[in-house]
Design a protein around this ligand. Structure first.
Ligand code: BGC
Ligand code: BGC
Length: 623
């Protein structure tokens, strides 16, 4: 297959560039051990366990005094865990300052590391610039771009004081029925390796001590994208979301060679790039939960790969190890190598349980010291322990939050990730002085659909979820000449007489297991919008906005032109840059595109003899 050999040559080139650019490498985290040791020597067991405990902001603040009482070392905001006073930049910054002020009342005044899912920009906060999700960035194949996006994300996160993101996700999705497919850069381990390292460099900068850097977290270690489909829903998932197929948090049944070949390269690269934290996966490897595996956490990651940062458990993941036996779960996980526990609500229980386990000798003190050493290394490296460090957010950064400059880079990311899949009768590029375009479809005027999950809320939300962005129809209006008429209808009616119909279709927002799907066909509203335009007898361009490839069915023969932007984020003008020819498309598919559901799982890593996609991995046209 021709596209493979060209792709391979391209990658070799990128790898070459990559090796040169990180030759010197970031400062080793263990170089802070002298300072860490001195501090550790002053700490009580309770102060140490507090460093290992991460509650969610809401629960811990609703129990006044708990940050001091439990010597809390880290706090998180999960998806949609907004400040009580609202979701504005101001409110987030106040929240951060308030949490840090609590930590300053403790004996040792060790600052709190505040973590959040800034997975495509500072995506919880209203008005932030929202970048394309990783699946789209994968189509750009541009590590420099991904690094720059990481820099801007870091700056916007820092504007709220927060210093840590739970990203990049270096999953290597093997089955697009998985609801987290869009969080991964590609089904190809090579591309994940290159872009994952670029994202870490962008977020952490040249030095973690840079006040514009944030701590990155490679996730979910390891094999989260390799789980096999099952019909048993996982605990806690709403029944309404049941698609009768479940992949999220499942079991990755592969031998160690395949695990290393497909799922490990992203972590090797992230560790080389100096990533300071890694999140073990909810999922299992051959029946053993990753969060319980000493082989994965300690032997492979810490001993073999030389990871010197710390491991943060996923949201309530420790308790899933031995359901009903929390104490054994904590024992197994901490002894396997987990360093910090994400216990959003039950942080007191974690604290007391771990303290008890140490008293009983079931968790060795040396393991506690190792975990705390790893956490403190990061705090020293980030300059948080400096005597003159400010424990307040730098509000001067508010000026550039969601700024035109940040949006311009996101727009570049969008245009570089759009993939042109079909273009007949030279429908594209469209002339800016075209007489009339009829724009339609459920995602033509919908920022929420453009952004997808992990946007303002955990699951994302359709509609006007965040200010400052540009929808597709708005972008079209901005791009065309004053003489061009733009008409709009959601269902495609009224297209008659237009010179072009542009139908914007795809998926509604979702996150995690809620997005596991047995059927990826276009929904009836999308099919109807396309056929309404078709009936008008005008040229038809289709734009797909979705978290993964979809089963196109009749839409493909009906469309004269077909573009996919996956989940582009707030900057719709990146798409019109391509549509109107200001940018000749360069995006190449980061995943294989199936003809039918029966072909799944379909990807370049398995069964190449049966590889018969609609569009192969790496496919993408130019004008
Ligand atoms: C997800 C992680 C996320 C964490 C915190 C978990 O449910 O699996 O990716 O970082 O929640 O929101
Ligand atoms: C949280 C998410 C988290 C999820 C885990 C949600 O309630 O907001 O951050 O990832 O639970 O299932």
């Amino acid at each position: 297959m021709k596209s493979f050999s060209i792709g391979t040559a391209f990658f070799l080139l990128l790898i070459g560039v990559h090796v040169v650019s990180t030759a010197s490498g970031p400062k080793r985290l263990s170089s802070y051990d002298p300072q860490v040791k001195a501090l550790l020597a002053k700490m009580t067991l309770e102060e140490k366990i507090g460093q290992m405990t991460q509650p969610e902001q809401g629960p811990v603040l609703s129990n006044p005094g708990d940050i001091q009482k439990y010597f809390i070392g880290s706090v998180l905001s999960g998806g949609g865990s907004d400040p009580e006073e609202g979701n504005t930049l101001e409110a987030w910054t106040n929240l951060y300052d308030r949490v840090q002020a609590e930590a300053m009342k403790t004996r040792l005044k060790i600052p709190i590391l505040y973590g959040i899912d800034a997975v495509h920009g500072h995506s919880n906060v209203e008005g932030a610039v929202i970048f394309p999700h990783n699946i789209a960035l994968g189509c750009s194949r541009d590590p420099e771009l991904v690094e720059k996006a990481g820099r801007i994300t870091a700056e916007e996160v820092r504007a709220t004081g927060i210093q840590w993101t739970f990203g990049p996700c270096v999953a290597v999705p093997q089955d697009i029925r998985w609801g987290r497919t869009y969080e991964g850069f590609s089904e190809d381990p090579e591309l994940v390796r290159i872009l994952g390292a670029a994202a870490v460099r962008g977020m952490q900068g040249a030095d973690l001590g840079d006040p514009l850097s944030i701590l990155a977290c490679a996730k979910h270690y390891v094999g989260d994208g390799g789980t096999s489909a099952s019909s048993a829903p996982r605990r806690g998932m709403p029944k309404s979301a049941a698609g009768r197929v479940w992949l999220d948090q499942g079991d990755t049944k592969v031998d160690e060679a395949a695990l290393r070949r497909i799922h490990l390269p992203g972590y090797i690269a992230a560790v080389k790039a100096g990533v300071g934290s890694i999140m073990p996966s909810y999922s299992s490897w051959n029946g053993v939960r990753c969060s319980a595996s000493k082989r994965l956490l300690t032997e492979i990651l810490k001993e073999e790969l030389g990871f010197e940062g710390f491991l943060i458990s996923d949201y309530n993941a420790i308790g899933q190890i031995q359901p009903g036996d929390y104490k054994s779960s904590v024992e197994i996980s901490i002894n396997a190598g987990m360093d910090m526990a994400m216990e959003p609500n039950n942080y007191r229980r974690f604290f007391d349980t771990l303290k008890g386990l140490v008293a009983e000798g079931r968790v060795p003190t040396a393991r506690i010291d190792d975990a705390v050493t790893r956490i403190l290394r990061v705090k020293f490296a980030m300059g948080m322990m400096d005597e003159d460090a400010s424990h307040k957010a730098d509000r001067s950064l508010h000026a550039s939050f969601g700024s035109a400059e940040h949006r311009a880079l996101a727009r570049e990311a969008v245009r570089k990730s759009v993939v042109l899949l079909k273009n007949e009768k030279k429908v594209l590029p469209v002339s800016k002085s075209i007489k009339r375009i009829h724009v339609c479809g459920k995602s033509a005027d919908n920022i929420g659909n453009q952004c997808g999950g992990w946007t303002v809320q955990w699951q994302g939300k359709s509609g006007n979820v965040t200010p400052g962005g540009t929808t597709i129809v708005e972008a079209v209006k901005k791009a065309v000449s004053p003489g061009t008429e733009i008409t709009y209808s959601i269902d495609g009616s009224g297209a008659e007489g237009a010179a072009l119909g542009l139908v914007v279709i795809g998926e509604l927002p979702y996150a995690e297991g809620v997005g596991d799907r047995a059927d990826l066909s276009l929904d009836s509203a999308d099919v109807r919008a396309i056929s309404n335009v078709k009936k008008a007898g005008i040229p038809l361009a289709v734009l797909l906005i979705s978290g993964r490839p979809m089963i196109l069915g009749n839409a493909l023969p009906q469309a004269d032109a077909l573009l996919v932007s996956f989940l582009p984020g707030t900057e719709g003008s990146g798409i019109t840059d391509v549509i109107f020819g200001d940018y000749n498309p360069t995006g190449k598919l980061s995943l294989s595109w199936p003809k039918s559901m029966e072909q799944l799982p379909l990807n370049i890593n398995h069964g190449k003899e049966k590889y018969d996609p609609l569009f192969p991995y790496g496919y993408g046209l130019s004008y």
